[in-house]
Design a protein around this ligand. Structure first.
Ligand SMILES: [Zn+2]
Length: 261
């Protein structure tokens, strides 16, 4: 048994037994780890407040080989994204980031790159306007796939490698990229995407995060991007279940529209 210690982001927590918590974190040094925080729900425990989703903490735990759950021995609070909690849209997108990581990462792995990506995304959600959150989430999803070498291709056709010139191309969620007219038969279920939307997606991928709010995707472009990225991820999620956080965001968006005169 060895003591391990790492900076980590809390992805999720659920009650365990009468007084404990089962906390899933993404640790910079170890990837996804499930930790048992014994007694964290007792009234005098100081652990519970640090072990909330979206918190950045430093955890120490006794690592046992081949165990799914590890015993948390110590937790120290780190940077705190205070402004996320002040806005429901921000909470929704930040939760979607954590939910996606929790669903798609299976266990321990070298975590440096993904930890950095999660941290930068939460920091940007915290600091930029709520209007930018949807684009930040698109960007996160593209970069998340890039970390595992499966990032979607939006600029060149997957079939022939050429840059399409026609006004609409096809996006194949299963192949993970666009197909030109000549190559579209490679996936009969590929969806239509306008060339303008593919160019916008390339910009979403490449722009510095803080400049993303300058892009203002509206109407058709926004819907096309939502559909393409959602289909790409539903293909990656084995069970094809939607993210709970995205359903929550849809419900607050509908509420907002009903309130408008
Ligand atoms: Zn082609």
């Amino acid at each position: 048994m060895a003591i391990r210690s790492s900076e980590a982001i809390v992805l999720n927590r659920i009650p365990l037994g009468d007084t404990s918590l089962l906390v899933t974190v993404y640790a910079r040094a170890f990837g996804k780890v499930k930790l048992v925080a014994r007694g964290a729900r007792r009234p005098k425990s100081r652990m519970a407040s640090s072990l909330q989703p979206l918190r950045v903490i430093t955890v120490s735990f006794n690592h046992r080989e081949n165990r799914e759950l590890q015993n948390l021995s110590k937790v120290e609070a780190g940077p705190y994204f205070r402004r996320i909690g002040e806005d429901l849209t921000k909470v929704g997108y930040a939760s979607a980031v954590c939910e996606l990581v929790n669903r798609l990462v299976l266990g321990e792995e070298p975590g440096e790159q993904l930890f950095g990506l999660i941290f930068r995304t939460l920091e940007a959600i915290d600091q930029l306007s709520a209007d930018a959150c949807e684009m930040l989430f698109w960007r996160f999803q593209i970069e998340f796939a890039d970390v595992y070498g499966t990032g979607p291709e939006f600029s060149a056709c997957l079939g022939c490698g050429e840059r399409p010139e026609e006004a609409t191309v096809r996006f194949s969620p299963s192949l993970g990229g666009i197909l030109c007219r000549d190559c579209q038969a490679q996936d009969g279920e590929a969806m239509q995407l306008s060339l303008g939307t593919t160019r916008l997606l390339s910009r979403v991928r490449e722009m510095p995060l803080e400049h993303l709010p300058r892009l203002k995707p509206v109407g058709m472009s926004r819907r096309e991007i939502q559909r393409a990225i959602r289909a790409f991820y539903l293909y990656q999620l084995d069970d094809g279940r939607e993210l709970k956080s995205l359903k929550f965001l849809e419900s607050i968006e509908e509420d907002g529209q009903e309130r408008k005169p």
